[in-house]
Design a protein around this ligand. Structure first.
Ligand SMILES: [Zn+2]
Length: 706
């Protein structure tokens, strides 16, 4: 409460110093990648003055006026609204449809009985709190899991904590057999599809995933509508697609699901989808099941915040699940807006956010869409004054992200080699749930993101960069896998998955970033992620929407106009070296000490030397800049492996992938790390060779400028 009260005061203070004086004071003299930053600095100042908090608030209100699940008429209306905004800003705009496999629920039912056959609960209970203005709309989709199987199962129950590999290992150690059982586990710690994947592998017949008040409910703070945390009936919907295998339309890995793609070109979705039922629950509905559960007491760390002792089961309760899913190929709509580059029209700077939502999606994704629209507003204003960027800027509003990054993946698959000329992809999704800025990026763009935020005023005073650095210094939780790096100014995380940067970076090799402004957010993927929640809890004056619009727009401008692409490959090479050292240590610990890391270490050193040479050329801004830029961009593509990761060829990046058992967070040098974890020495050795070759390709690409 005290933090929020302090914020309310600073809004007033901050607004008196915006936009003129502070912006001017922050304009940098020199910027990496520019021979003379003067003209660009003036342009940035003009841009920064345009995105409006009030306008963003109005856009957010419009975007959240109805539930807009992918492929529904309301979703189509949102796509048309965004397209109209793009056109009004002067962008050449297209709505690009795809036909993709999506499930919508016909019936979802959960009933629990005690051993005497007495009914303990019957759900799902409708999401409801006193006073929420949006909760009664008949178009709200019942809680369900995207990609769930259909079926009717009655079985005993076992509690599996967060459904992580170590949780399933603990159950195995306690000799609890999951075959034919219903696994109940809580949200948190990993991607929900991983929970279902592991349960399926252990022979479970169904999965219930519930929101424990310990993780995003009353244990954290006051629930909605008093505070921002999840209320008793709030349910987290979500996809349980096996997107660590591949994302996108499950019937078309690697191929775009265009309207004219014949059905004969579509394959079985079976590798990317669960074969069992998955149903999400509120703790209101989960509590009677957990409370009745017998068996051993839950181990240390498995106890949630419900007011009774948790047990592992089985025994004490049987559950009946019904899931009737209507699977159809449905039409979705991406919106693509373009400002063509004056000097290098084929060279693309891409900014993207999705527009589909589980329900209203005020934070996820509409805060991102409002920020995107205001970035477009700002860049459109420059365009109307006769300015043109050097490179082409694309603004993209993806559909069906929630079901498995589908709109972005299909588009990326359709572009193919054209994306070899995409110099950056700047993503935003859950843009604003509070005041705390943070970012993730490929290492070559980490300094770029920091530099951009140095030029943007924070609603709290100072710059976004200063506020970011001061709050991250106090953060206990480091959301990245990367080890902290000596002398790092402020931490930029690694890109795992869970949003639309995945196809760009991990399939197509486009250098990417992702930005967010975080706060306490307990209504994720529920009905209550609505306009009323947003204005009460996240950003009552929409100043963080304005901030995020400025960040996105400035990322695009600075990248589109740079004389030399401002990648920092030396930082990249140093991070890769540290990943290799970590993997080597881990291999030693797991008894794989005979693996030979020397060739990969030497290749990383050669990549660093090439990167330092390139950095000198970038700083000197002399010679053939077009050739230098081509080499700089090509170095990221060089890190792709043509054959992809072992067992998941869609993922081609040798440095980053979503973890097979985490899903959201990045696993680094995945081809090497995952076989080491699995103690598969021959595969790790083979993948060390693949990594060595990729690093040598990247070094050779950078050296080709000399
Ligand atoms: Zn989202």
């Amino acid at each position: 409460m005290s933090v929020r009260a302090a914020l309310a005061v600073s809004f007033c203070l901050a607004s008196s110093v915006l936009p003129g004086s502070l912006l001017h004071a922050q304009a940098p003299q020199t910027v990496f990648g520019y021979s003379d930053f003067g003209p660009e600095s003036k342009l940035e100042e003009k841009f920064l003055a345009v995105p409006g908090a009030k306008e963003a608030g109005e856009e957010l209100k419009e975007l959240t006026s109805a539930p807009h699940l992918a492929a529904t008429p309301e979703d189509h209306k949102i796509a048309e609204y965004i397209a109209a905004k793009f056109r009004a800003a002067g962008l050449e705009t297209q709505i690009v449809p795809y036909r993709v496999l999506l499930n919508q629920p016909k019936a979802v039912r959960v009933e629990a009985y005690d051993p005497a056959g007495r009914l303990l609960m019957s759900g799902p209970t409708r999401e409801h709190v006193a006073g929420d203005p949006s909760q009664d709309d008949p178009r709200i989709v019942m809680p369900f899991s995207g990609s769930s199987g259909s079926g009717d199962v009655t079985a005993e129950v076992v509690y599996a904590n967060y459904g992580r590999p170590e949780d399933f290992n603990e159950l195995a150690a306690q000799h609890i057999d999951l075959r034919g059982k219903i696994v109940i586990c809580r949200y948190g710690q990993n991607f929900r599809g991983v929970k279902v994947f592991l349960a399926e592998q252990h022979g479970a017949a169904g999965v219930l995933i519930y929101s424990d008040p310990h993780d995003d409910g009353y244990y954290k703070g006051d629930p909605w509508p008093i505070g921002p945390w999840r209320p008793e009936t709030g349910v987290q919907r979500g996809s349980v697609q096996y997107l660590f295998e591949y994302p996108g339309d499950p019937e078309t890995p690697g191929v775009a699901s265009t309207l004219d793609l014949p059905d004969s070109a579509r394959t079985s979705p079976s590798a990317a989808q669960p074969h069992i039922i998955s149903i999400p629950l509120s703790y209101h509905d989960a509590a009677p099941i957990l409370q009745a559960l017998k068996g051993p007491g839950a181990p240390q760390g498995w106890q949630g915040a419900l007011p009774f002792r948790y047990h592992l089961g089985p025994g004490g309760v049987r559950v009946h699940l019904v899931s009737e899913q209507d699977y159809q190929r449905r039409i979705i709509w991406d919106v693509i807006g373009k400002i063509e580059g004056a000097q290098e029209p084929g060279s693309l700077v891409i900014v993207g956010n999705h527009h589909d939502a589980w329900v209203y999606g005020a934070v996820d994704p509409s805060s991102g869409t409002a920020a995107l629209l205001e970035a477009v507003h700002g860049i459109g204003a420059l365009d109307k004054q006769g300015w043109r960027p050097k490179r082409t800027i694309l603004f993209c509003s993806w559909d069906a992200e929630e079901e498995g990054l589908i709109g972005s993946t299909e588009w990326v698959e359709q572009q193919g080699k054209l994306l070899d000329n995409a110099v950056a992809y700047f993503n935003v999704d859950v843009a604003v749930s509070g005041p705390d800025f943070s970012a993730s990026a490929v290492p070559s763009l980490k300094q770029f993101v920091r530099d951009v935020t140095r030029s943007i005023p924070s609603p709290l005073g100072g710059t976004v960069f200063q506020q970011w650095r001061s709050h991250s210094a106090n953060e206990e939780e480091n959301r990245s896998n990367a080890p902290p790096i000596e002398g790092e100014e402020t931490h930029v995380g690694d890109l795992g998955s869970g949003s639309d940067f995945t196809p760009f970076l991990q399939h197509a090799g486009v250098p990417s970033t992702d930005v967010v402004s975080n706060g306490p957010y307990g209504v994720y993927h529920s009905t209550f992620d609505d306009f009323a929640w947003y204005t009460q809890n996240a950003d009552p004056h929409f100043v963080y929407l304005q901030e995020m619009a400025r960040v996105l727009g400035l990322e695009a401008l600075r990248m589109a106009d740079a004389d030399v692409l401002p990648y920092d490959y030396a930082a990249y090479a140093r991070e890769i070296s540290s990943y290799i050292e970590d993997a080597k240590r881990k291999a030693g610990e797991l008894g794989l000490g005979s693996l030979d890391f020397a060739p990969a270490e030497a290749a990383a050193a050669r990549f660093l030397a090439a990167a330092q040479q390139a950095h000198a050329a970038q700083s000197a801004l002399s010679g053939n800049l077009a050739r230098l830029n081509a080499a700089l961009r090509g170095a990221e593509t060089a890190l792709l492996s043509e054959s992809g990761l072992p067992n998941r060829p869609w993922y081609r990046h040798t440095i980053y992938a979503p973890g097979e058992f985490t899903g959201y967070s990045a696993v680094v040098i995945p081809g090497v790390s995952e076989p080491i974890e699995a103690r598969n020495a021959p595969l790790a050795a083979q993948q060390l060779t693949v990594l060595t070759q990729a690093l040598d390709r990247a070094a050779a690409t950078l050296n080709s400028t000399r």
